[in-house]
Design a protein around this ligand. Sequence first.
Ligand SMILES: Cc1ncc(COP(=O)(O)O)c(C=O)c1O
Length: 395
Amino acid sequence: MISERMKAFTANSSVIRAMFEEGKKMAALYGKENVYDFSLGNPSVEPPKSVKEAIIKILNNESPNFVHGYTNNSGYEDVRKYIADSTNREFGTKFDVENIVMTCGAAGALNIIFKSILNPDDEVIVFAPFFGEYNAYVKSYDGKLVIVEADTETFQLNTEAFKSKITDKTKAVIINTPNNPSGVVYSEDTLKKLSEILVEAENKIGHPIYLISDEPYRRLVYDNIEVPFVSKYYKNTFVAYSFSKSLSLPGERIGYIIANSELDGFEEMMNALNVANRIMGFVNAPSLFQRVLPYCMDEKADIETYDKNRKLLYSMLTDLGFECIKPEGAFYMFPKTLIKDDVAFCNSAKEFRILSTPGSAFSCPGHFRLSYCVSTETIERSYDSFKALAKKYLG
Ligand SMILES: Cc1ncc(COP(=O)(O)O)c(C=O)c1O
């Protein structure tokens, strides 16, 4: 008999699995090329060539035990030093080896942070729309996720609504910029406002509130927009970074946490993250991919293809009458649904062989998410289906 907690997790994940199975069924029925699957966030462009070259070089030149051995819990020191130096060059910061913990992607990073900071019933505030897995991550450590409703005009952080959600039990706040699913990058103004509210709240409630910035899409941005470095605005910040999207390596599970030296209880915290990394079952970040990073981490996957897809899909949808914020980063678009019920709308889109994700999955109903990490041809071919969908509701 499985646990009550696990029953709730499996119920949620069966919805996603059902969609995946349905996509496969539709592909068998209509042909893969006639099904427009915008439901998954799996990178469609290849990793930079330097990734493969680095793997080959390392395997040819280094001893197998050096490459494949257990790593220190926080990760190899030379790799962490490389990341610290690279971050300092980019953002004018002063990080060093001790500020960094290598992780199994952003998901691994978030889980070891929550394991390290949460007591039962601690509250973690999140801004809608947000990546639905946060629910499971927080619940796994007996925390409670508290949701701030979305500002659907701008999709920036709804800081006014945020103030009313802070309580004595608030332990952390999680933000995600560039955002999945809206594609919005939080502005410097927004982050400054957030930081002011957090400092005031900490003083009032008398304990630290940790800001966790989940940033797997930091390097996937368009039109040269700058993603402000969140750590600069608030001392109690963890940044969770991942190479899943920027280097198209989601299956390799590699990322890191970078924490400010000024963070409350810094040494104890870094020790907790180090131990959590070992005892979570996945046992630290993968060795080979830590070794690979210094050869390629400053590069990124082919952003031009995503940009082409972004422009094409955006102009297609807005021409057809959909309302949508133009994404500034990541590879998602989050238009308004043409009827109020976003789940019914996504089901209706399936009649036209369009697979998408309802906004409710991101706690933001009335919208739907389209992942444009697909081939450009898929977007081109989907035009008639979107046109028919728009005609059904807009006439
Ligand atoms: C917002 C967000 N956070 C975290 C993750 C997990 O990424 P990773 O593969 O680095 O664990 C994803 C994956 O899609 C995501 O979209």
